[in-house]
Design a protein around this ligand. Structure first.
Ligand code: SF4
Length: 66
C-alpha cells in the first residue's frame, strides 16, 4: 500500500496538485493542499498521485509505503 506525503516546508502553494488531480487533492481554506485519499488502494488514485508528484514545481509530493 502507498500513501501521499506533502512536505509543507517546501510546498509553494502553487496549486497544481489540486487543480490537476482533484481526485486525490483539494485546497484547504488557506491554499494548502489537502490529501483526500490517504491510502492509495486504487490504481487510478496511485497514478493521479504519481502525476501530481511529477508536476509539483517544488518536489514537495512523494509517494511512500504506507
Ligand atoms: S503542486 Fe506542490 S507546490 Fe503546488 S500546492 Fe501542490 S504540493 Fe504544493
Amino acid at each position: 500500500m502507498k500513501r501521499i506525503v506533502v512536505d509543507r516546508v517546501i510546498c509553494l502553494k502553487a496549486g497544481q496538485c489540486y487543480y490537476l488531480q482533484p481526485s486525490v487533492f483539494k485546497a484547504d481554506s488557506q491554499g494548502w493542499p489537502e490529501i483526500i485519499i490517504e491510502q492509495l488502494e486504487e490504481e487510478d488514485d496511485l497514478e493521479a498521485a504519481e502525476d501530481a508528484a511529477e508536476i509539483c514545481p517544488s518536489g514537495a509530493i512523494t509517494i511512500e509505503d504506507a
